[in-house]
Design a protein around this ligand. Structure first.
Ligand code: SF4
Ligand code: SF4
Ligand code: SF4
Ligand code: FES
Length: 950
């Protein structure tokens, strides 16, 4: 039987010089700073414990872990006593057992050992300590038990708190403080009066708790436990896999009973998350078996026809015949494909291979087009590699953390917790964001500088910061002289030092007082290790690529690259954005970011695939839409992407999709794009397949199959089936063989294999002969491109200007509990925290318009109109409104425009000029959307028999 007890050394690892001591007669050598408890564990022993766990600092409250130390009086707690050279320690004796027994009997008086039926039965630490000491009942009786009548708090949808089972060890409180950094719970009272209290003595659901599960993970009993554990019972196996939500890439043990996930437990061995998780990965996996899943292939001739259920073979045959007919009629370039940043590396690689090799075109793109394509451009040009430079662990060595256009506590929560821990230890924080995001001020964290810039003025801001660095003599001259090209550096220096780039001159544009900019620039340049973390608030602009260049310029100028604690780190939105880009999903690049026009690379791929590849880059997503509307682009294969909701200017997108003659959508749900599709390939969730994801640290981690694919085929198998139907043979028995092919063709992946991933746990690319176990920190000694290259970053205002008609700027973002287009999280209890997209508006703007919180607001831009409920808040500055895009019928992207980044076409989601007025009913688009949505769901229901099928 699978055991869910974990090995736990009791206290965190220490880093000091080796110290040798004797424990129970055996010599052991451990780093100075190690506790006796951990040293005993290293020697193979196990001292009983209740309040200690290796993820938290020692607390010393339970007194179960007492030991004897030769020459010392009394019985010190082994969790709080540190090793010393020559120390002689005894962990077991009659006296120690007697003392421990007395303590445990006291605990048992408040927590009777009625273990049968308890969710923690067989993995409860109190139960196991009591059993070891032979404690079965308490001589103190149970009358003093003050928690026995306390009601259970089951308000949180995912876990419950049963005070009757609480032993007041405080592990949950410390986990919330130390690991998560939310400080949502406390212990009130003393002795038997001690009790765990959430926020202001509220229910967990009403409290500040963000449902990360760290308290549940740390609880030694079932006082805090996952609800499914009580319902489904003990799991029978655990499979290590990787979260399919954000780009942090947390590692989990999926604990499974039969084909059902009992719980997802964050892996302590996971190098991206170190045992922590957030509400999405930890709890919101129920979408994978939601009744809306479509599990049979479907086809239809017209998008107004009912869907027809078919076999996989029929679906492949129909799709292939349509693609070939269209190519024969309109030409080879009239078709294309979109790879998914939610699918595995292997699946993205296969889709682009199918498009290039089987369809003979480079018309392939990926959803990274609409998020981080400027990162690829900016970092490749300056540093030579299109990826973040550090590990997440690196932040522990940062002295100054500069967050630009990212909201880590919502978008990358597990990394945010790491960052906050470092900030609590004393690192300084600069936040550049139009909104007062949580990091600006949260428990025990306060930004030293918040630069509340106007949306669209990033480049002006980075230039003014650079101006201070250059004109105040803060350039790291030695680093630049040794590591960077002198000519471009001089040009950049001359450019940024011009008076027009000074903070004073730029303040009118950015809206940020010059003194703040000067202070932040000095802090970043002089404060020690400076690390920049940025997100879509940098990239999703008409000057997104310019801003990435500007960030890299700043990091090079201050010498903040090429070692731990520094770097330039794009926080990736979706789980495999990095990977889908690495895999050659862009129309101009083959795997490993090698240009399609390069003959040697093209021939290498062409020979391996048995085809001649086109040397010209294909169409990008926006160009595909344009071509569909002008009639030259007719068929598209979309894997795991919902452009009808996620891409800007929805009406333009849906018009383009409607113009296609064959749209294949491969997804787990009938998403918004599928409502315009002719062929539906039912997708597989991350629980149903093998593969790999690559996170924001370039870390490749295994995704392992936990259950059989509900539709019979994993996504990669469906792509293989489609390729074969097109007459192009693909012969892979397992995704590991796809990875082997990637490794053979891609210099940065040469050393990657499933065998090595299983052995090492995860690998950060580049992984090759030069770095056989991967590359945690990039650009050590020299940049990937050789010398770093500076670029002049002239600020060019966006064309999206506020006017009397559109006086406000709309900017967009995410919330913690929902994810991207919401297709997954909307189908979980996460919607209890956020059930609709809302419009944040500053009190002054709201008052001018007579708007109060909860009222309907019509938001109109040059592209369209939608209606959202208002939330009046000072989180946004006057003149700026903000919304999210998690719900299809809120139509946030009906209002965003087609303005895009000059270099990469990444849409300018973050800047849309709008007007907001009080209204009484949904917009015209919303009414049309709801009608059409109902029609499409009805057409699907006819085929699937599902009552919802949405
Ligand atoms: S779930 Fe997370 S945020 Fe909530 S109380 Fe537990 S540790 Fe704190
Ligand atoms: S809920 Fe669990 S972790 Fe928290 S004090 Fe009680 S027993 Fe300890
Ligand atoms: S932080 Fe990201 S990867 Fe980690 S559990 Fe949350 S959603 Fe998943
Ligand atoms: S485990 Fe050491 S005092 Fe509780």
């Amino acid at each position: 039987m699978f055991a869910i007890n974990r090995k736990d050394s009791g206290t965190p690892a220490a880093q000091g010089e080796p110290v040798t001591l004797t424990i129970d007669g055996a010599q052991v050598t451990v780093p100075a700073g190690t506790s006796l408890m951990r040293a005993a564990a290293a020697a193979g022993g196990a001292i009983p414990k209740l309040c200690a766990t290796e993820t938290l600092k020692a607390f010393g409250s339970c007194r179960v872990c007492l030991v004897e130390v030769e020459g010392q009086k009394g019985y010190p707690a082994s969790c709080t006593t540190l090793v010393a050279p020559g120390m002689k320690v005894k962990t077991d004796s009659d006296k120690l057992r007697q003392l421990r027994k007395g303590v445990v009997e006291l605990y048992v008086s408040d927590h009777p050992l009625n273990c049968k039926g308890c969710p923690a039965d067989t993995h409860c630490e109190l139960q196991s300590v009591a059993a070891d000491l032979g404690v079965t009942t308490s001589p103190y009786g149970f009358d003093g038990a003050s928690h026995q009548k306390a009601p259970c708090d089951a308000s949180n949808p995912y876990f419950e708190f049963d005070p009757k089972l609480c032993i007041a060890c405080s592990r949950c409180v410390r986990a919330c403080d130390e690991v998560q950094g939310t400080f949502a719970i406390t212990i009130e009272g003393r002795g038997f009066e001690s009790r765990v209290v959430a926020s202001q003595d509220q229910s967990f659901l009403e409290s500040e708790c963000v449902s990360c599960g760290a308290c549940v993970e740390s609880c030694p009993t079932a006082a805090l436990s996952e609800k499914p554990l009580a319902i489904l019972g003990r799991p029978d196996k655990a499979v290590t896999t990787t979260c399919a939500y954000c780009g942090v890439g947390c590692s989990f043990e999926a604990e499974v009973k039969g084909e059902q996930v009992v719980r997802m437990v964050p892996s302590r061995d996971g190098k991206a998350n170190r045992g922590h998780a957030c509400v999405k990965g930890r709890f919101a996996y129920g979408y994978a078996t939601h009744e809306d899943r479509i599990t049979t292939p479907m086809i239809r001739r017209k998008i107004t026809d009912p869907w027809q259920k078919v076999s996989w073979d029929e679906a492949f045959k129909y799709a292939a015949s349509e693609f070939r007919r269209i190519q024969a009629t309109y030409g080879r370039q009239s078709v294309g494909g979109i790879t998914s940043s939610r699918c595995t590396n292997e699946e993205a690689f296969l889709v682009q291979k199918l498009v290039r090799a089987a369809l003979g075109t480079n018309n392939v793109d990926t959803c990274a087009r609409v998020c981080h394509s400027p990162t690829g451009y900016g970092l490749k040009h300056t540093l030579g590699e299109s990826a973040g430079t550090q590990t997440f662990d690196s932040v522990q060595k940062s002295d100054v953390i500069f967050v630009i256009g990212a909201n880590p506590t919502d978008g990358h929560p597990v990394f945010a917790s790491r960052m906050k821990r470092r900030l609590r230890e004393g690192a300084k924080l600069i936040v550049a964001d139009p909104r007062a995001i949580d990091l600006v001020r949260s428990p025990h964290v306060q930004a030293d500088y918040h630069l509340p810039l106007k949306p669209g003025t990033n480049v002006a801001l980075i230039n003014s910061i650079a101006h201070v660095v250059v004109t105040e003599g803060l350039v790291n001259e030695a680093f630049v002289a040794e590591r960077c090209e002198p000519g471009p550096f001089q040009k950049w220096r001359d450019f940024v030092s011009q008076p027009k780039n000074s903070p004073e001159a730029m303040a009118g544009i950015t809206g940020v007082p010059a003194a703040l900019v000067r202070g932040a620039a000095r802090l970043y340049a002089k404060g020690g290790n400076g690390a920049i973390y940025y997100g879509l608030g940098v990239t999703e602009h008409s000057q997104g690529s310019t801003m990435v260049l500007g960030i890299a310029n700043l990091a090079m100028a201050t010498g903040n690259l090429g070692r731990e604690g520094v770097g330039v780190n794009p926080l990736r939105g979706q789980n495999n954005v990095q990977g889908s880009c690495d895999m050659g999903s862009f129309p101009h690049e083959l795997a490993g970011y090698r240009h399609i026009s390069d003959t040697v690379t093209r021939d290498l791929f062409g020979q391996t695939w048995g085809v001649t590849l086109e040397p010209e880059p294909g169409l990008r997503i926006p160009n595909m839409f344009e071509a569909a509307l002008d009639g030259s682009f007719k068929a598209l294969y979309v894997q795991g992407e919902d452009m009808a909701q996620s891409d800007p200017n929805t009406q333009h997108v849906t018009a383009a999709l409607s113009a296609l003659e064959c749209l294949i959508v491969q997804d787990i749900f009938l998403n918004e794009t599928a409502k315009y599709a002719h062929v539906f390939f039912p997708g597989s969730s991350f629980l149903e397949k093998d593969g790999t994801f690559t996170n924001a640290e370039r870390r490749i981690s295994r995704v392992r199959k936990v259950m059989q694919p509900l539709a019979g085929l994993a996504d990669w198998e469906a792509t293989v089936g489609f390729a074969r139907a097109l007459g192009y043979e693909m012969t892979y028995a397992h995704p590991s063989e796809i990875m082997d092919e990637i490794a053979r063709l891609t210099p940065t992946f040469t050393g990657v294999s499933y065998e090595k991933l299983d052995r090492l746990g995860s690998i950060q690319w580049p992984c090759n002969d030069a770095a056989p176990e991967g590359t945690p920190t990039m650009h050590i000694g020299e940049f990937v491109r050789g010398k770093g290259r500076f670029y002049v970053t002239e600020y060019v205002p966006t064309q999206e200007r506020v006017t009397a008609r559109f006086p406000l700027i709309l900017t967009t973002g995410r919330v913690l509990t929902q994810y991207n287009v919401g297709a997954q999280t909307r189908r979980t209890a996460n919607s209890q925290w956020y059930e609709e997209d809302v419009l944040e508006i500053h009190p002054q703007d709201a008052e001018d318009r007579g708007i109060t919180t909860g009222e309907w607001v019509g938001v109109t831009s040059r592209a369209g109109e939608t209606v959202l409920r208002a939330v009046v808040t000072e989180r946004v500055q006057p003149g700026v409104v903000y919304t999210t895009f998690h719900f299809p019928d809120s139509g946030a992207n009906v209002i965003t425009t087609e303005n895009s980044d000059w270099a990469t076409n990444c849409p300018e989601y973050k800047v849309t000029a709008v007007q907001a007025v009080k209204v009484q009913r949904p917009s015209e688009w919303q009414r049309r959307y709801r009608k059409r949505n109902e029609e499409q769901l009805a057409l699907a229901r006819e085929a699937t028999g599902s009552s919802t099928a949405n």
